[in-house]
Design a protein around this ligand. Structure first.
Ligand SMILES: *Cc1c(COP(=O)(O)O)cnc(C)c1O
Length: 446
């Protein structure tokens, strides 16, 4: 291999592109892309040292592979956090995935009423499912629950006052803070009570002629314990009724099944004027914001310009419809299955993993710990689990696993690199064993 000395000028891009090595690359990648990668390579060489012809070609090829590699990819969730926001929250059910695939590659009746042949409403496809499942009169779906709250406050409370408890001034994460959303909507927030105690009477005393609504926000990602009191929804509904105000209820998770510690969607629908929740938390569907309420209020929401800006796309609506159909049929969704696994089941699976990894000469043990629902659901209620704890340098192993293909997201517990079987899906066992074995071969130096 001929080394180009530092002093020698680098070859021109145009000439190099006609050489056989680069011509071969152009068959797989576009001419433009090869030229871009080559220019970047030559710029790097100018800053450091000139590379040999073969080395340069290899570098350009590596750069091209990287450029077109998928970025958003499937990962194995070994963290035990079921609704992990950074990992995409709820894995979709088979029904939801099939529904997405069915409309993704073609046209659909997204806004067409097939029976009448007229323009239809895009929310219509999920509206009936949602009303049947929750008892609501009407429903609307937007991009996410943060958008749902923003829309409800903008469309129904702009320029007026909204009363909210100081104990419910929550930040959900990713800078979604209730006071900021309120400001953005143009509604004026009136805070009542204290961080740990708010009674219905506190709301009632704050009512003025300018009041539009009472807002309840489920404190979904934290627990205030000890000397606490919050007004039950039924009492807020009474205050709202007495003063002819709207009661808006941000449920957060939207647990359709009865869940201890989670507000019930059905109860909320009966008591509040508008209830909203996320599609990708305990409901187990895609990212979406579901708004439920009386017909005329939902129509008002749907007609607001923000509804257009926040509207859900056809893939989301397809996935949500599939999820709701599963719910209507009482089918177990992936999220339910993960949350309901017993410590005994988890121990059996982790124990089987230690045997399988042992066959590959990888030593591991079992550790009792807790998984979490995550995504701002069921705070403070850990789910007992049994972790697979891999023997070896914990943080370097976790890094190697994260950088693997497929990436595995582990957690560190008691100085072990651990995998929680709760969130490792069916069919991911063998890929996990392979990934762990590869991680040991590619351990980054400390
Ligand atoms: C999660 C959550 C939100 C935000 O919902 P997204 O669907 O993530 O936008 C809003 N309010 C509450 C109470 C929540 O728990």
């Amino acid at each position: 291999m001929r080394r180009v000395s530092r002093a020698q000028p680098l070859p021109a891009v145009g000439r190099l592109l006609n050489e056989p090595g680069y011509a071969r690359l152009k068959e797989r990648y576009s001419h433009e892309l090869v030229a871009v990668a080559l220019r970047e390579q030559l710029a790097a060489e100018r800053a450091t040292r000139a590379a040999g012809a073969e080395e340069r070609l290899a570098q350009v090829e590596a750069k091209l592979r990287e450029l077109v590699a998928p970025r958003l990819q499937r990962v194995i969730n070994g963290t035990g956090v079921v609704l992990h926001t950074n990992l995409g929250r709820a894995p979709l059910s088979a029904t939801a995935r099939a529904a997405v695939a069915a409309v993704a590659g073609g046209y659909s009746n997204l806004e067409l009423d097939l029976a009448g042949g007229k323009r239809g409403e895009r929310a219509a496809h999920v509206k009936e499912l949602l009303t049947r499942l929750t008892g609501a009169e009407s429903a609307l779906v937007v991009n996410n629950n943060a958008g749902a709250v923003l829309l409800a406050l903008s469309a129904l409370c702009k320029g007026r006052e909204v009363i909210v408890s100081r104990g419910q001034q929550v930040e959900i994460g990713g800078s979604f803070r209730m006071p900021d959303v309120m400001r953005l909507s143009g509604a004026r927030m009136v805070e009542v009570g204290t961080t740990n105690r708010t009674r219905a009477a506190d709301y009632e005393e704050a009512v003025t002629a300018r009041t539009a609504a009472l807002l309840r926000v489920h404190t979904s990602n934290f627990l205030v314990t000890g000397f606490t009191e919050s007004a039950p929804l039924v009492e807020l509904a009474e205050v709202a009724h007495r003063h002819q105000l709207l009661l808006i209820d941000d449920l957060g998770s939207g647990a359709l099944l009865e869940e201890a510690g989670e507000p019930s969607v059905r109860e909320s629908v009966q008591l509040a004027a508008v209830s909203c929740f996320s599609g990708d938390k305990l409901l187990g569907g895609p990212q979406a914001g579901v708004l439920l309420g009386r017909e005329e209020l939902v129509r008002k929401l749907a007609r607001h310009p923000l509804a257009r800006a926040l509207r859900a796309d056809k893939l989301t609506l397809a996935a949500l419809e599939g999820t709701l159909r599963d719910r209507l049929l009482d089918r177990e969704l992936p999220v339910d299955r993960m949350l309901q696994q017993t410590p005994a089941e988890l121990r059996r699976r982790a124990a089987w993993w230690t045997v399988k990894l042992g066959d590959r000469e990888i030593r591991s043990r079992l550790l009792e710990a807790e998984s979490a629902a995550g995504g701002g659901s069921r705070p403070g209620r850990g789910l007992p689990t049994v972790l697979l704890a891999i023997e070896g340098p914990a943080s370097r192993l976790a890094e190697a696993l994260r950088r693997g293909d497929p990436p595995v997201i582990a957690r560190i517990d008691r100085d072990f690199c651990c995998i929680d079987p709760r969130t490792v899906l069916t069919g991911e066992d063998e890929p996990l064993f392979d990934a762990v074995e590869r991680a040991f071969r590619t351990l980054p130096s400390s």
